[in-house]
Design a protein around this ligand. Sequence first.
Ligand SMILES: [Zn+2]
Length: 480
Amino acid sequence: MTTNNLHLYNTLSAQKQKFTPIHAGKVGMYVCGMTVYDYCHIGHARVMVSFDVIYRWLIHLGFDVNYVRNITDIDDKIIARANENGESIFALTDRFIKFMHEDADNLGCLRPALEPKATDFIDKMQGLIKTLESKNFAYQGATGDVYYAVDNFADYGKLSKRKLNEMQAGASERTNVATDKKNPFDFVLWKSAKADEPSETKWQSPWGVGRPGWHIECSAMSTCCLGETFDIHGGGHDLQFPHHENEIAQSEGATGKTYANNWLHVGFVNVDGEKMSKSLNNFFTIRDVLKDFHAETIRFFILSSHYRSPINFSDTALKESHTALSRLYHALKPFDKNDILINNDEKTQFWASEFGQTFTNAMNDDFNTAKATSVLFGAASEINKAVKNGDYEQAKQFAKLLKTLAEPLNIAQSNPNEFLQAIIGEEQGLSKNEILSKIEERKQAKINKNFTLADKIREDLKSQGVELEDTRQGTTWRRV
Ligand SMILES: [Zn+2]
């Protein structure tokens, strides 16, 4: 095992600190996963890819990593969507779990070691709520819902650096909603069932028939899989408050021990400079983006920024990522797969080289993938220089080095020719959607007998490198 010199930014301590695992050589990592009622979007992609690289880097450092990412398969949105569709919640969630796995696989992410589903842990959640009740952290309101009493947890707000009294003052100015909560920031641990809810979303409990609140799911599942105190807890930046704050209140309230030693949060994804949201209609599913861009381009785009910084998602940014990634593949192109088989001795040597050390230092500095990828471009320049000088052996060595260092990022590992072939047209010219809408426009022009317009559309596309062919089955296209 290499010497562990990993430093990470811990949201809890609000500083970068040396990573010290609880058990030498082992890491327990819990990441809040998806609520499975719809397709994953590009914000989910960022969390998946960022923690995939964190996972791979920890493994690279020699740690035995237990990576747990939960699946929320019971929730208001799930119940509402299943009702809308007229199907059972399990039919809905099974389908979207499958789609989530397809998306993550496409993006080159390793599956977590464990993916616990909330509905398999209802007993554990009830056990935790009982403990909280016995320690005066939980109470049942008049409506039958069981709440967490935030006033009784002295450290409430320590993760998000919020003070309860300041939040309360702000909240009381804005809202005055009738509630059976003792404090407006008290949150639901157990929701009592409404009469019209289907039986599959109801469980018996000491507090009546109902279902768990969202926050208690993660406290129960993480502790069952990783123990009462574990090394790393991660998730999207938006989960810091209230979700992660509430997880801490629940778990530390129940055990009296530190819950997670290190908290890692992945930054927001903005779209064309604005926050991505369904209401702004600037929401992209991973599937949508994959229609226009290679999965590795999306992965590379995510890794070109530090995981904590906000990133701006746009066609231009993806095209730039495409160009950058193509540079790596162009450099690797002269070498046959068999030319760059790399043995373990060579790997050790590459990691010990100046390039390897710079890369390692970047990754050990809070997983700075932006800096680490710049080392790969340095290696690509060396390959190109050596090729230009006719020094094939030298070029081959740098090609092996590039592939070795890029491995923990899981980029530049494909066959260069296949990759470059697959991405033709991504960088410039029209996207698939744009081409399809032009074809549709031409079809309409023909229906309207406007053949001049139909011909013009065909010529315009041709000048942009897209050739159409009219067949009996309809119009097909190819890039030329
Ligand atoms: Zn969670």
